[in-house]
Write a new protein. Structure first.
Length: 88
């Protein structure tokens, strides 16, 4: 089973991220709107691979075929989900 966590960069989220890592959650997403950063941590079976993006596309390692357009997160007003997420 794959779980994803989406949150902001705050102390409470740090605790949630730690718990997710200890539980080896398949993929952790952290969104920092203030810094305009999307951080993804994907469990490989041995360790986490991490990437921080401000633009571009996140290709989920845990949810095969899921693509997220990162620039959508910073638009005002926010675009529709269909404009920002693709699945194959």
């Amino acid at each position: 089973m794959t779980d994803s966590v989406i949150g902001a960069s705050v102390p409470r989220v740090d605790a949630v991220e730690k718990a997710c890592r200890e539980g080896r959650v398949g993929e952790i997403w952290l969104i920092d709107a203030e810094r305009r950063q999307f951080a993804a941590h994907a469990w490989t079976g041995e360790n986490y691979v991490s990437r921080v993006l401000a633009t571009g596309t996140w290709l989920s390692l845990a949810l095969t075929g899921l693509e997220i357009r990162i620039d959508c997160l910073w638009q005002d007003p926010l675009p529709s989900v269909r404009e920002c997420i693709r699945t194959s």
